[in-house]
Design a protein around this ligand. Structure first.
Ligand SMILES: *[C@@H]1O[C@H](CO)[C@@H](O)[C@H](O)[C@H]1NC(C)=O
Ligand SMILES: *[C@@H]1O[C@H](CO)[C@@H](O)[C@H](O)[C@H]1NC(C)=O
Ligand SMILES: *[C@@H]1O[C@H](CO)[C@@H](O)[C@H](O)[C@H]1NC(C)=O
Length: 218
């Protein structure tokens, strides 16, 4: 019986969370920030009689404003919260990846219930570095070098990559064939919504001697 009740409750809990999240899938604003940035959440309403609640993911109360005072509440943001009573705003400082989620601002007075403001926050890593790795093989039958280039960024695990220079392409990989003594200069750019980095590499086809260990045996 107990087992039945437990699973019943967890199903109800699941549905509740599901509906609460479902009701939040239409944020008023989506905000993209880098790790370490800050998020400013302002309750831009006339001050008279105003009561405000700042909430995270629909269930964690972060702060509230009442009687001209902002009070911090126990949450994972407690130590990183800065409050300003003049413009009725709170600042979440030193943003972390796991802060990504939905913040809401609920405000009312004795006579007015303002529409809830939903702010969807996405926190991203900055792209720290970008490098081009290259490998190649010499094809004696055609007198060409076949280069395989791979662009690798660190920081964000999922950036967008694009190539410019002697060849234009999107994606992290690039293949290029060069004739003996030909060269190509290629520029790889990695970006996400909060940062961009690029690097350049020149490759030269030197024939079989220099690259004998990659030689295609014929
Ligand atoms: C509110 O005021 C504080 C202090 O002047 C300022 O740092 C903050 O950016 C303001 N917030 C907004 C959203 O204007
Ligand atoms: C590489 O691409 C970036 C971004 O498009 C550009 O700012 C930079 O000047 C390019 N560098 C070279 C050497 O072409
Ligand atoms: C990189 O920049 C392009 C163009 O601004 C944008 O469409 C793309 O979404 C960005 N990539 C990521 C991972 O945000």
């Amino acid at each position: 019986m107990n087992i039945f009740q437990d699973s019943c409750c967890s199903i109800l809990g699941f549905l509740l969370v599901f509906f609460l999240q479902g009701s939040c899938t239409n944020p008023d604003v989506e905000v993209h920030k880098a790790v370490g940035d800050l998020l400013d959440l302002i309750a831009d309403y006339p001050k008279e009689d105003l009561e405000v609640q700042w909430t995270y993911n629909n269930e964690i109360h972060i702060a509230e404003y009442d009687n001209n005072k902002i009070k911090k509440l126990k949450s994972q943001f407690y130590k990183r919260l800065e409050m300003n009573e003049d413009n009725i705003s709170i600042k979440v400082k030193d943003l972390k990846l796991q802060d990504s989620g939905i913040f809401s601002i609920v405000a009312k007075t004795n006579s007015v219930q303002y529409p809830t403001k939903l702010i969807q926050l996405h926190v991203h890593d900055l792209i720290r570095d970008v490098q081009i790795e290259s490998s190649n093989s010499w094809l004696p039958s055609k007198n060409i070098c076949m280069f395989h280039l791979q662009c690798q960024a660190s920081g964000d695990p999922n950036p967008s990559y694009s190539w410019s220079g002697d060849l234009v392409k999107t994606g992290p990989n690039l293949n290029i064939n060069l004739r003996l003594a030909e060269s190509a200069t290629l520029n790889c750019t990695a970006n996400n919504t909060v940062s961009v980095k690029h690097t350049t590499k020149t490759v030269v086809c030197r024939g079989k001697n220099e690259y004998s260990r990659f030689c295609v045996k014929m």
